[in-house]
Design a protein around this ligand. Sequence first.
Ligand SMILES: [Zn+2]
Length: 203
Amino acid sequence: MATALAEAAREIVQVGQFLSLRNFVPATSGNFSRRLDARHAAVTRSGVDKGELTEADILALDILAPPPPGSSAETHLHLHLYRDRPHVQAVLHTHSMVSALLSQLRQAERELRLTGYELLKALGDNRTHETTISIPIFPNDQDIPRLAARVSEDLAKRPDTVAYLIAGHGLYTWGRSMAEARRHTVALEHLLTYELETMKVRR
Ligand SMILES: [Zn+2]
């Protein structure tokens, strides 16, 4: 597992620099993880600027066990995805301005429906803009195990969903590789921006 951990840590350090440059993880916010095998994942530790991660900031942990001290406060939200969805290889959580703002503004709708955008083809296996993608919005909760249970229960009814929002907080998305999770993050940042800009125009 040492080789898998070193490779996962390299990917996480790189994605941290990429997302930090785009202002998606301000201050020490956000957290990232990578599956190592059927039973283990690598997760960022808490309290570190995600643009300045080193391999020492990446912890290996058991996806079936309680997160160890020092791992990100939101580790539960990563682990349930690895448990619930065996194909998930990477999970990225960002706190960008648009994800926090739009999820707050649209919280009462409980989901964001995205329709007609060419960029929808960057999500999962979509092959057309002529579709509607629903991104659930969950209320923020400082009780992370409770929030993880709620998200896990809701996502069980949405097997094709590749992302969700936490109101006033940020975005979670995942992929079958780190590259796919990164593509989802960037595409969703643009799609959320389209929605926020449309709201301004329609005021
Ligand atoms: Zn967060």
